[in-house]
Design a protein around this ligand. Structure first.
Ligand SMILES: Cc1cc2nc3c(=O)[nH]c(=O)nc-3n(C[C@H](O)[C@H](O)[C@H](O)COP(=O)(O)OP(=O)(O)OC[C@H]3O[C@@H](n4cnc5c(N)ncnc54)[C@H](O)[C@@H]3O)c2cc1C
Length: 387
């Protein structure tokens, strides 16, 4: 196999997982990261991701999952999803599929630090606190210039530089986007009642609220997505008023709540890059797609991009002659998966919006049906697992 030199822009979880996999397969990898090495603190970090089994399996194959501190992993064994405004409710339990859990809540910074250290130990060269400012890509090679003036050359450039990817912008790749006209407020809270390893999500007329179980039986991370006006109103509330409204919105399902972190707000926007392969440039993760967090699938989609790309470049019989065809196929398949997910998020978001009586009735019936019809419910569960 011919080893390549890859330049990866971005040391988020997707760029780092890609880098580790490529390096382990015998390639040479240089990662360029604008920020510093992530370092998590003793308190739970604000940003978390619900990772499906498919993502965990990739991270296990890379040897990263095994290095995650158990005290910072929140495996969840059940999901409770309900409509605030109707009788609709659906419950999933891992035991229904004879599994130990449905997925795990990981703190982004913890995973990023683990991946960063593993990448360095594997021999990946990480150039931090500088950024990629210029790129030249043709059919044979890539050349990039960094903010510190250094120039690097390689065989492939990978854009894993997130939703605001400058690599994607510099390559003029066409982007489809729309504003979800919602913002997500995130925070960590302690709860009076134990969360029992259950991920909860309530669909309010103004948007979904998720309460995700952390490793501590009395700590949850919330993602409260709301229409812009409501979100702005929420962000101006004092902590005590916010908690009061949160308890009402969550049907008081976890008893008394206490804030353990600051509250942060993220604007929500759908983005979909229409070209993921252009000559020797490859785009993946949030640089290629970003979606509404309501089903917690953004990072999972990114890890699936990585897994399928590694299946090509880490294949023991990698054939240079067939690479362009394989990469086009990778692009087609991953784009189809992203488009399906974007469509599903839109249906959920629209389906649960508003409080017209017919809409409430429809939602209630749909959820009850999904809950009672075993094959349909199992199909939904498999989708949540990333299977
Ligand atoms: C509120 C919220 C909740 C979410 N919950 C979930 C969930 O439960 N489950 C799930 O699967 N997903 C979830 N997501 C999505 C998930 O967070 C993202 O999909 C994931 O973090 C994307 O990772 P990434 O590595 O592609 O990009 P990023 O994490 O954005 O990493 C990009 C990196 O590139 C660096 N960079 C940028 N530009 C340059 C440059 N020019 N040169 C060098 N470096 C550069 C940045 O500093 C950054 O480190 C959620 C998202 C939000 C907003």
């Amino acid at each position: 196999m011919q080893p390549f030199t890859f330049i990866v822009a971005g040391a988020g979880m997707i760029g780092l997982a890609t880098a580790i996999g490529l390096q382990q397969a015998g390639h040479r990898v240089i990662v360029i990261e604008r920020g510093e090495r992530p370092e998590y603190g003793s308190a739970p970090e604000l940003r978390v991701s619900a990772l499906a089994h498919s993502s965990r399996h990739l991270l296990e194959r890379l040897g990263s999952w095994q290095q995650m501190p158990a005290s910072r992993l929140g495996p969840y064994t059940g999901m409770r999803v309900w409509d605030y405004d109707s009788f609709g409710r659906i419950e999933f339990d891992a035991s229904e599929l004879a599994l130990a859990d449905i997925g795990a809540i990981v703190e982004n910074k913890v995973l990023e630090q683990v991946l960063w250290d593993q990448a360095v130990a594997a021999g990946v060269s990480i150039m931090a606190t500088t950024e990629l400012v210029q790129q030249q890509v043709d059919d044979q090679r890539v050349q990039v210039t960094l903010a510190n003036g250094q120039t690097l050359t390689g065989d492939y450039l990978i854009a894993a530089d997130g939703a605001r990817s400058t690599v994607r912008a510099q390559a003029n790749l066409p982007l489809t986007f729309w504003d979800y006209q919602q913002q997500a407020q995130v925070a960590v809270l302690t709860t009076e009642l134990p969360h029992q390893g259950i991920a909860r999500q309530v669909f309010l007329p103004t948007g979904p609220l998720a309460l995700l179980p952390l490793a501590d039986a009395h700590q949850v991370s919330i993602v409260w997505s709301a229409d812009t006006e409501r979100a702005q109103q929420l962000s101006t509330l004092s902590d005590s008023d916010f908690i009061r409204q949160l308890r009402v919105a969550s049907d008081n399902c976890l008893g008394l709540l206490q804030l353990k972190s600051a509250r942060a707000t993220f604007p929500l926007r759908m983005q979909y890059c229409q070209r993921w392969v252009q000559q020797r440039l490859l785009v993946l993760g949030d640089a290629a797609h970003s979606i509404h967090p309501l089903a917690g699938q953004g990072a999972n989609l990114g890890f699936a991009d990585v897994a399928d790309l590694l299946a090509i470049f880490a294949h023991p019989e990698l054939q240079v002659a067939t690479l362009p065809k394989q990469l086009r196929q990778w692009e087609r398949q991953r784009k189809a998966a992203a488009v399906t997910m974007i469509g599903a998020m839109e249906s959920f978001k629209r389906g649960f919006a508003g409080s017209a009586p017919w809409a409430k009735l429809g939602r209630g019936l749909a959820l009850q049906l999904a809950h009672r019809v075993t094959p349909l419910k199992q199909q939904l569960m498999r989708a949540a697992l990333g299977a």
